[in-house]
Design a protein around this ligand. Structure first.
Ligand SMILES: [Zn+2]
Length: 153
């Protein structure tokens, strides 16, 4: 999926968690959600995440491998926790907002890296397809619904 789709999916899931009191509505939580939703693509040259980091991780990892796996997610979460304590739930929300949509694409992900090949959903769609834009639009509407719940409290 495109970076902007990961971003809006993270914001949508984060707004749902905050509107249901799973997370505190802090700037740190929002930052960790956004980081979690974008950071798996540090393994892709030209992605939003790799453009923000000096170290070219895309030379070390194959795209949609380690950083898109359970092992990679745990490692990334530990790194985030070095800088931001009590950020596990926010990171999991953001990371899930990246991994699940990538699993839905026709390329799939190596969720069980290093023990398996690419895994993808039974029904998939190409990155950048019309379906992805419809998905992003739905996530935007979902975000607005959740924000309206937060404002009315
Ligand atoms: Zn990805």
């Amino acid at each position: 999926m495109l970076g902007k789709t990961h971003f809006i999916t993270g914001v949508a899931l984060g707004s749902f968690a905050i509107s249901h009191n799973v997370l505190e509505p802090t700037l740190v939580n929002w930052a960790v959600i956004v980081i979690g939703s974008l950071i798996p693509d540090i393994d892709k040259c030209g992605s939003i995440a790799s453009d923000k980091i000096i170290i070219p991780f895309y030379l070390l990892f194959k795209h949609r491998g380690f950083t898109h796996s359970i092992v990679g997610g745990a490692c990334l979460m530990m790194i985030v926790q070095l800088f931001l304590k009590n950020s596990e739930i926010a990171f999991l929300i953001g990371f899930s907002a990246h991994i699940v949509p990538d699993w839905l694409t026709s390329h799939g992900i190596k969720i069980f890296w290093p023990f398996s090949d690419m895994k993808k959903a039974p029904l998939t769609f190409p990155t950048g397809s019309t379906f992805e834009y419809v998905f992003s639009f739905a996530m935007s509407i979902f975000t607005l619904i959740n924000i309206s719940k937060m404002v009315s409290i």
